[in-house]
Design a protein around this ligand. Structure first.
Ligand SMILES: [Zn+2]
Length: 458
């Protein structure tokens, strides 16, 4: 059915205006004032509300296997959490095992995503690189709708790629016309500090933050940017979390190198003090990499977003239950890493970014939707309210308050790292592919309603 949204303020990354929006059941048909209602249509009054492009979260891990366990949020519950928080599209990660066929891993992830309740796309992680890997990467970029390949500078036992492999992969990704993305932390520093701390008897989760200092991230970010420059590949640093890494990104951008950065909503809200809770169980909930940083770093990230050195804010949603966290209660290196955020990302950024005056409404839309659409080549299909674009639309109520609690959130975990926060600014209605899927506080969407978003090389 068509939907007419009346008298809202449409906010795109390049400006705002009071106008109506008409959808045709799938796409946005018209954006202009005074649209007459078609004969059969749902009319939504949007006085006082913002009409924004559905959020794009380019960093999630739904139903991701890690050893014998997998992340708690699936493509169904995770998607519902996303929709209720104003996100309509996610880009998740296919993580092949070392030596596993990339195409086979891609098909496994595709299978899990068949029940997706929000739109989805995939990055593929380069966990090994040789001629066969190169051929499979080519196949996925030409036939699989994948235009971004992720690389890790750490996790030596599982998915890290050595520098030679990374440089070769970067050259190949450049040839494919794709984007290299990187998790940048210095593995030698981290491994040394982890072993050292454990030897000293420090097993509490605080060992996590103590073993991953900002300099480890800054060094690896510099190194990766150098490799990317040599290979001539555009590079996107995922979850940039500290001032030193941001300096590396800024310096490269000033030189004219194509470098993008993403920060996470969690890093923009919390700080490292959470790791020093006396309760190991509570401290373990916050273990993610890079870890939450001190306040100076958080302020640097906000500056980076305001000045557009950091283009994108993701969540890195990767949820584990308390029971799963407890696997590492007496050895911090065994705690499964990750944090929620798919549900609260937009609220955090509005409350902490727009309401504090750090970001304009347009920058909010850019950082939560449009820039990801542009960088990952989904624009203008996604990331903008414009005739012809997909009808992924959020009605944002700038004054609506929302309290976070494990008792009421939609994520499939039994605690929240944002417990007790009250955010002002929240969605009142979400439209996915032309259908209302969230309204009056209720998500109403069928498993499989999310569609795969193929992204071609640039
Ligand atoms: Zn991640």
């Amino acid at each position: 059915m068509k939907i007419l949204i009346r008298n809202g303020t449409v906010v795109n990354d390049d400006g705002s205006r009071n106008t109506d929006v008409l959808t045709d059941g799938k796409l946005i048909e018209a954006v202009e004032p005074g649209i007459l209602p078609p004969e059969t249509c749902k009319i939504v009054e949007a006085d006082g509300l913002l009409v924004i492009p559905g959020g794009i979260d380019p960093h999630t891990h739904l139903e991701m296997p890690v050893g014998a366990i997998h992340t708690a949020d699936g493509f169904d519950s995770g998607g519902e959490a996303a929709l209720s928080g104003g996100t309509t599209t996610i880009i998740d990660f296919v993580n092949p095992l070392r030596g596993q066929s990339y195409v086979e891993a891609y098909e496994q992830w595709m299978g899990r995503a068949q029940k997706a309740t929000c739109n989805y796309s995939f990055h593929v992680t380069v966990t090994w690189f040789d001629d066969q890997a190169a051929e499979e990467m080519r196949y996925l970029s030409e036939r699989g709708g994948v235009n971004s390949f992720k690389h890790f500078t750490t996790y030596r036992d599982t998915i890290m790629l050595n520098q030679e492999g990374m440089l070769q992969s970067f050259f190949h990704v450049a040839r494919l016309g794709c984007l290299a993305t990187v998790h940048a932390e210095n593995d030698v520093i981290i491994t040394h500090l982890q072993n050292d701390l454990l030897k000293k008897g420090i097993t509490h989760p605080k060992g996590h933050v103590l073993s991953r200092p900002p300099i480890a991230e800054a060094e690896a970010t510099n190194r990766v940017i150098a490799l990317a420059e040599v290979a001539g590949v555009p590079v996107y640093i995922v979850h940039l979390s500290c001032a030193g890494a941001l300096d590396a990104v800024k310096a490269a951008q000033i030189r004219g190198q194509e470098v993008y950065a993403e920060s996470l909503c969690g890093h923009l809200l919390l700080d490292r003090s959470v790791y020093f809770n006396h309760s190991r169980e509570i401290a373990a909930r916050y273990v993610m990499s890079p870890p939450y940083r001190s306040r100076e770093h958080r302020d640097a990230l906000w500056d980076g977003i305001a000045t557009e050195s950091i283009q994108v804010i993701g969540s890195d949603n990767c949820t584990f239950t308390q029971e799963q966290r407890n696997l590492g209660l007496y050895d911090f290196t065994r705690i499964p890493n990750g944090s929620p955020g798919i549900e609260d990302r937009l609220r955090i950024i509005w409350d902490q970014g727009v309401r504090t005056g750090r970001l304009s409404r347009e920058r909010f839309v850019a950082a939560t939707s449009t820039n990801a659409a542009k960088i990952f080549n989904m624009y203008p299909r996604k990331g903008v309210i414009k005739p012809g674009s997909d009808a992924d639309i959020v009605l944002w109520d700038p004054d609506k308050s929302h309290s976070v609690s494990a008792g009421s959130h939609r994520q499939a975990i039994d605690y929240s790292v944002f417990e007790g926060y009250e955010f002002i600014g929240s969605p009142s209605l979400t439209i996915l592919n032309g259908q209302v899927v969230f309204e009056n506080g209720r998500v109403n969407v069928a498993a499989g309603a999310g569609t795969f978003v193929a992204r071609s090389p640039r």
